[in-house]
Design a binder for this molecule. Structure first.
Ligand code: HEM
Ligand SMILES: *[C@@H]1O[C@H](CO)[C@@H](O)[C@H](O)[C@H]1NC(C)=O
Ligand SMILES: *[C@@H]1O[C@H](CO)[C@@H](O)[C@H](O)[C@H]1NC(C)=O
Length: 217
């Protein structure tokens, strides 16, 4: 008992004085697709989580755009889920997705205000068959995105996400299912929950990225 209390106090102190900020994500190697992802479990209702995973290629030259693979596993009560690549709702690519029968629909969106986002042609997605499936408790998709890591941010800034370090991203969750699930242009209703976190893209790097994309296509 005494020991446990001591350990807890030490841990708390270390957390307070530690000058190094660690990313919120953890590295995860997906046995199904072979990708190494930076993973984060986003709580959307008390005790329930949507898992967000991002994989990138290694050896990306600084300042150049690069593809990414996004994998999301969502409980079946999730109506739609969104990933905001710049960490907030506006002026960054939004990867919005929902269950569509035994698969998922991914929709590319972008917002310039806190209103229903428009379709965004600056990013395109290829669903990877192998990591995309539905069972009685979860729907999951895996998609390659071209255009998610470099974009025009607010004030017309050119933003490129750091390929080797931390980037802040955000998610949105809605319990409402889109009206036309087979269409990526479907109307969606506003989210019930949003939050942001940091992803260590360094731990998301895959030396065999292109090969894995092909293998899972
Ligand atoms: C019908 C569609 C949508 C409407 C009407 C809407 C509206 C809003 C409003 C009014 C806010 C600010 C107030 C609040 O926190 O509740 C907000 C915040 C936010 N929204 Fe949306 N939203 C929509 C879709 C989306 C989508 C698709 C995403 C994708 C990830 C998203 C991500 C966020 C995030 C991360 C925040 C909090 C950070 C920020 O304010 O930028 N939203 N939204
Ligand atoms: C259902 O799918 C989820 C997400 O892919 C997975 O974590 C879970 O193990 C699956 N459950 C079963 C019973 O196969
Ligand atoms: C952003 O990038 C585009 C295309 O590479 C370039 O034409 C433009 O001048 C850049 N804008 C800024 C503000 O740097």
């Amino acid at each position: 008992m005494y020991f446990n209390l001591g350990a807890a106090c030490t841990a708390t102190l270390l957390a307070i004085v530690s000058p190094v900020h660690a990313a919120d994500s953890v590295a995860y190697k997906d046995p199904e697709t072979g990708f190494t992802f930076a993973q984060f479990n986003a709580q959307y209702v008390i005790g329930k989580y949507i898992t967000y995973r991002i994989a990138t290629p290694s050896n990306v030259a600084a300042g150049t755009p690069y593809d990414a693979v996004v994998q999301v596993a969502a409980p079946v009560d999730v109506g739609w889920t969104g990933l905001a690549w710049g960490g907030y709702m506006t002026y960054n690519p939004l990867t919005v997705a929902w269950q569509n029968g035994n698969s998922a629909t991914v929709s590319s969106r972008y917002a310039t205000a806190h209103q229903a986002p428009s379709i965004y042609n600056g990013a395109s997605y290829t669903l990877l068959k192998k990591g995309t499936h539905v069972n009685s408790t979860y729907w999951q998709y895996t998609a390659k995105c071209t255009g998610c890591t470099a974009f025009t941010g607010s004030g017309n800034r050119n933003v490129t996400l750091n390929p080797t370090g931390e980037n802040r991203v955000a998610f949105a969750y809605s319990r409402s299912k889109p009206s036309n699930p087979s269409s990526s242009g479907s109307a969606i209703s506003v989210h019930d929950v949003t939050a942001s976190w940091t992803v260590d893209f360094g731990s998301a790097a895959n030396a065999n990225f292109a090969e894995l994309v092909q293998k899972n296509a």
